[in-house]
Design a protein. Structure first.
Lengths: 358, 225
């Protein structure tokens, strides 16, 4: 991979505005976050070659897909992209097995691997018409993976599903990322998904990139409301005891989360609501919450009545950051300021595990 | 009077042979034109669309006359330019050509609608999965457009069954050779054989009904599985 592993410069007219994007990042997994109608799908279609581009350059690692100046336009069939559109777009006249094996380079071995990672083995002989929304998404992802892509383009693959179902399917995406390790563009308007899956996220608004950076930083600034935002944290499961897993986020920083489906040594990804964290300026004892973590306030940002507080867990330099929602009043009364040492308190059950072990 | 005489059977056989031949002849052209109009953008597309539809509104006698000029001895596809006698005019093959030309617009327009009913994104997806164009057409586009294309073929057959005006000019009305149901009904009326004409009309209605019913069945939305 080159220094910048993903390079996307594109200019193309859409009906309401021009898509004009310049992204260059070393990220392996790039999130594209934005409201509907911001040009996200058009961007992926342009990368897949489905949509004509006025000018631009698209490169993933050493693979140059498009360079209008150098007159490179790789045909769709040789772009080697695995594309999962929002509506799955399964071939309606074939059963699941034939769909998954549709790719020119697909093989039974690839099918077996994808079926295991995505747990679609029992669906293979079904007609696509009988699949549920979540099953369709997994089959479409399996079809993309079996075509031996060198890049994955995921366009809100679970956009049509309701929230509980999306959360049940997120583990499959995490497993796919770990098992296949492909450069991925993941389009979503779900901040929790983007944080869980992407190294870097670009905020797209009316065809332009408004911000780009680490998901936790960028999303809390642009995409997410002060209330109801999620922190997405990950680490290795250090130990299991009595329905609780201890997840090491960094040296000296361990969090107790529900053990559901986790195994020792597995990577655990979990969400923690910013509003579910209590802030204490003094050490706290005699409380049922299992997580009491020392932290340092990094920044305080007022948003109307609310305050978004960013804190770094454990010793400085661990880089495990969380966002905490507090009120103006408590910020004042506790005398919270940048650099203050605090304790963050939250329940085990406030941590919602997004991954299951791989 | 007996209705099913050998002569009546001849009429029926000639009709089926001409309509069948015309359907075979027109199908590849109709599918190609339908596909091009549904999937391609090119200069002069609106002219092409109009030309495809033209036989629908031209008087069949005008089409017959044009074909006569085209295949006549001095015509563009006649003996003089080809260097041999195609021996087409006033044979059943001329009736096939005339019926095919007249059936072409209906078949092409139905085929076009069939191709337009296939989500082009499915074809894009085929390409993204690495499939070659021919394979995408054969394995994705054709099967998904299949019912509509079958309806196009059935409509071509139905239209060819009833062809009269162009046929009578290029193929004549020769019993046992080029006399189809439509032509035989005309002859019967001319000769005052009203009862026989009525029988042929009944036969035509049954054939046409079966064809149209098939088309309707093919084009009806499929019941959910």
């Amino acid at each position: 991979m080159n220094a910048a592993s993903i390079e996307i410069r594109l200019s193309l007219p859409l009906s309401a505005f021009d898509l004009d994007v310049a992204i260059e990042t070393r990220a392996r997994s790039l999130g594209i976050f934005g409201a509907s109608g911001s040009g996200k799908t058009s961007l992926l279609e342009a990368i897949a070659g489905w949509r004509p581009v006025r000018s631009g350059r698209i490169r993933f690692g050493d693979r140059l897909l498009l360079d209008t100046e150098g007159r490179t336009r790789t045909p769709i069939a040789t772009r080697a992209v695995g594309y999962v559109p929002q509506d799955a777009l399964l071939f309606p006249h074939w059963d699941v097995r034939r769909n998954v094996l549709a790719g020119a380079h697909a093989s039974e071995a690839e099918l077996a691997r994808a079926a295991e990672v995505l747990e679609i083995g029992s669906l293979l002989d079904r007609s696509t018409a009988t699949l549920s929304g979540g099953e369709r998404s997994r089959v479409a992802l399996a079809r993309a993976l079996c075509s031996r892509p060198e890049v994955l383009l995921l366009d809100e693959p679970f956009g049509a599903l309701d929230l509980p179902l999306r959360r049940r399917i997120l583990p499959y995406l995490l497993r796919t990322r770990d098992a296949y390790d492909l450069p991925t563009l993941f389009v979503s308007h779900d901040a929790t998904e983007v944080q869980a899956l992407c190294d870097v996220v670009a905020i797209l608004d009316r065809g332009r990139v408004r911000a780009i950076g680490e998901p936790a930083d960028v999303l809390h600034g642009h995409g997410m409301p002060a209330r109801g935002a999620d922190n997405v944290l990950s680490g290795r499961v250090a130990s299991l005891a009595a329905g609780t897993a201890s997840v090491a986020l960094a040296p000296g920083v361990a969090v107790q989360v529900p053990a559901a489906g986790l195994e020792p040594g597995a990577r655990a990804v979990f969400a923690l609501g910013a509003d579910e964290i209590l802030v204490s300026t003094a050490p706290i004892a005699g409380i049922s919450a299992r997580n009491i973590l020392a932290a340092e306030v990094e920044s305080i940002e007022a948003r109307g009545e609310d305050v978004v507080l960013r804190a770094v867990l454990g010793e400085a330099g661990t880089r495990v950051r969380v966002v905490v929602g507090v009120t103006q009043a408590s910020t004042r009364e506790l005398g919270l300021r940048e650099g203050a040492r605090v304790f963050l308190v939250f329940k085990t059950q406030s941590c919602r595990v997004l991954s299951t072990s791989v | 009077m007996e209705f099913f005489t050998p002569a009546t059977l001849d009429v029926l056989l000639v009709t089926l042979r001409v309509a069948g031949g015309a359907t075979l002849l027109v199908t590849p052209f109709a599918i190609a034109a339908g596909w091009a109009l549904a999937r391609r953008d090119f200069r002069g597309k609106s002219i092409a669309e109009t030309l495809v539809a033209l036989p629908l509104v031209l008087p069949p006698t005008a089409i017959g006359y044009l074909l006569l000029s085209l295949f006549g001895r001095h015509g563009f596809l006649g003996e003089r330019s080809l260097g041999f006698d195609p021996d087409l005019l006033f044979t059943w093959r001329a009736a096939v050509v005339a019926s095919a030309v007249v059936a072409f617009p209906l078949a092409a327009r139905t085929a076009r609608a069939a191709f337009e009913g296939v989500d082009p994104r499915l074809e894009h997806m085929g390409a993204t999965l690495g499939l070659a164009r021919g394979r995408i057409f054969r394995t994705i586009t054709l099967p998904l457009a299949g019912r509509g294309l079958a309806a196009a073929v059935a409509l071509a057959f139905g239209r060819a069954l009833g062809e009269f005006g162009a046929t009578v000019i290029v193929a004549g009305n020769i019993p046992g050779r080029t006399q189809t149901l439509a032509l035989a009904i005309f002859s019967d009326i001319q000769l005052g054989a009203d009862e026989h004409a009525l029988g042929l009309v009944g036969l035509t209605v049954v054939l046409a009904f079966v064809v149209l019913w098939t088309v309707e069945r093919l084009l009806a939305p499929r019941r959910a599985a």
